[in-house]
Design a protein around this ligand. Structure first.
Ligand code: IMP
Ligand code: MG
Length: 177
């Protein structure tokens, strides 16, 4: 087990019912945009797992799911931008309508890397759906974006600090000691 990170859980930035309402809207948008198609949702583990499961149920279309896991070298609260694929897809995405589902776009480096790796596999289309986009981040390129988020490090709804607090049902600030 990893040690409890030094710090505390602070204010709630996005309450559970606001998350639910926005996810429902994103699901409705995707439903409208992908009529007659069967999109493949690609979740980026582990942070996207809660968002992905709610989003999949908010889309009123047949969808398929797959997951990737990447590890970015860096400290627990700062990404270095160097990304390694730890778990690759099981699905051949050539010709598929792929929606990459991310928890948060921070620097955007993870997403830029994944977009290029997946784009090389010749999907019919490739869009990004990110729950959170850091304010001031370069254009995230996310066609679907849930909420802008201030500079604070946040946890909950799948997001962690050193593997803790993913299970919290809201987006809350983590205040390091
Ligand atoms: P990027 O490559 O800088 O965009 O970093 C994206 C990844 O960093 C996300 O998928 C998260 O795993 C992690 N991350 C960035 N900011 C936060 C945060 O505030 N809380 C938890 N994880 C974060
Ligand atoms: Mg993470």
């Amino acid at each position: 087990m990893s040690d409890v990170p030094a710090g505390s859980i602070g204010r709630t930035i996005i309450a559970a019912d606001d998350l639910a309402a926005r996810v429902a809207e994103l699901g409705a948008e995707i439903t409208a945009d992908y009529q007659g198609r069967r999109p493949l949702l690609v979740g980026v583990l582990k942070g996207a797992f809660v968002f992905m499961s709610d989003l999949a149920r908010a889309i009123d279309l047949p969808v398929e799911l797959d997951f990737m896991a990447v590890s970015s070298y860096g400290t627990s609260t700062k990404s270095s931008g160097v990304v390694r694929i730890v778990k690759d897809l099981e699905t051949d995405i050539e010709g598929r309508d792929v929606i990459l589902v991310e928890d948060i776009v921070d620097s955007g480096l993870t997403l830029a890397y994944l977009r290029s790796v997946l784009g090389d596999r010749r999907p019919a289309s490739l869009e990004i759906c990110a729950l959170l986009v850091r304010e001031g981040a370069e254009d995230s390129g996310a066609r679907y974006a849930g909420f802008p988020i201030p500079p604070d490090f946040v946890v909950g709804y799948g997001l962690d600090v050193a593997e803790h607090y993913r299970e919290i049902d809201a987006i809350r600030v983590f205040e390091p000691e």
